[in-house]
Design a protein around this ligand. Structure first.
Ligand code: ATP
Length: 369
């Protein structure tokens, strides 16, 4: 692979060893990543992890201290925003209050001195796309939050950028509207085939929308993967904790034969078995990660190799499932979930009850970081 030659396989975005500091803060710390054409790519992480700074560098609103940024094979590191084939939708939407919706959307195209008929055509096209044609003559203050979000999206799309950067695009919307708009965004992205790069701190949102996620932590990329792999195979304790619920048991390796690892965990109060293909030395300290829905009530599943005991100390009823908090003899509390339909068919579990729980060796993972 020649990394330097632009080709059809050239990723639309290539970030190489980019660092950005503000005073003593490493906002982005030696980050490298590539994004393929047509991806819906999310930068995910908690507040202050550097995701907005990375997005702003991609848009040209910040300059890296070191490292290079390539868009479509071209080194854009030193180019200003308006010379990049990129458009950004800002978190606060940044609409002009004195302009109508149509004028807001047309603004950037006018700046580019596009012919009037082309502008009119583009404005009509993107308004139809995000379903705001009927709002063309309104001013921003006459719009709901969701409608403003659509105007901002339409304006960002009107220039037909190769990449659209979106900073918390759904942040201002309430939960219901957010969930609905997530699907619409994906729908629009798929129809246009434009690459979307989205900043979000909401793991569910990133999971729902993205083809791939870069999970950031302290200016670095903790893990970069598809939502499914991120959930099923977290690479680190941090990643396992950030995405969904997880139970972590620390322990040490006692045996590794073929791809079956046996380890002892005082936290679990027993030996645990996990499938793992990479060799692990005896005595090595590791963590076993088990998602709550992989844990079964042992009574109904007597073939499970990993077995723990505890007392149910809390039950959260969520409608479709319940989350059970179980206190183990070691003092550790774990969580497991069960569908309420299944719980009814089996034996309902009650508060204070002692339970034996289990899970299979291939429904958990070993973490070494
Ligand atoms: P949030 O979700 O809260 O926006 P973020 O993950 O987007 O957070 P950034 O905004 O990229 O994080 O900030 C990363 C770090 O860099 C933080 O510690 C922040 O305080 C710092 N930082 C960002 N911009 C500046 C700036 N212009 N001047 C000084 N420090 C900055």
């Amino acid at each position: 692979d020649n990394l330097w030659a632009a080709s059809d396989e050239e990723p639309i975005v290539r970030i190489e060893g980019v660092t950005k500091t503000f005073g003593a803060t490493y906002a982005v710390d030696d980050v490298s990543l590539t994004i393929q054409r047509g991806e819906f790519f999310s930068l995910l992480g908690s507040s202050g992890c550097g995701k907005t700074t990375l997005l702003r560098m991609l848009g040209g609103f910040e300059t890296p201290d070191s490292g290079r940024i390539y868009i479509d094979g071209q080194d854009v590191t030193d180019l200003p925003p308006y010379l990049r084939p990129v458009n950004m939708m800002f978190q606060n939407y940044a609409l002009f209050p004195h302009m109508t919706v149509a004028q807001n959307i047309a603004y950037g195209l006018k700046q580019d001195r596009m012919p009037k008929p082309v502008i009119a055509e583009r404005v009509a096209e993107v308004m139809a796309l995000v379903q705001i044609s009927q709002l063309a003559e309104r001013k921003p203050q006459q719009l709901s939050g969701g409608q403003r979000q659509r105007v901002a999206l339409a304006r960002a799309l009107a220039k037909h950028p190769k990449i659209l950067l979106l900073d918390e695009p759904l942040g201002a919307l309430d939960k219901k509207l957010r969930e609905q708009t997530q699907f619409e965004l994906v729908n629009i992205q798929e129809r246009l085939g434009i690459t979307f790069v989205v900043v979000t701190h909401d793991q569910e949102e990133a999971m729902t929308m993205s083809s791939r996620i870069a999970l950031m932590h302290d200016g670095r990329i903790e893990q970069m993967d598809t939502p499914r792999r991120m959930y099923e195979f977290p690479a680190t304790r941090y990643a396992a904790n950030f995405i969904g619920l997880v139970n972590l048991f620390s322990g040490y390796v006692t045996e590794h034969e073929d791809d079956l690892v046996t380890l002892h965990s005082d936290e679990a109060g027993c030996d645990l078995q996990v499938h793992h293909s990479q060799p692990l030395a005896s005595g090595m300290e590791v963590t076993v990660a088990v998602r709550p829905e992989k844990i079964r009530v042992y009574e109904q599943h007597r073939d499970l190799p990993n077995r723990i005991h505890g007392v149910i100390e809390e039950i959260a009823y969520l409608g479709d499932v319940s989350i059970y908090h179980v206190k183990l003899a070691s003092g550790k509390t774990i969580q497991f979930t069960q569908s309420n339909v299944q719980a009814l068919a089996e034996q309902p579990l009650t508060w204070g009850q002692e339970v034996a729980l289990g899970w299979s060796a291939d429904s958990c993972g070993v973490l070494t970081l």
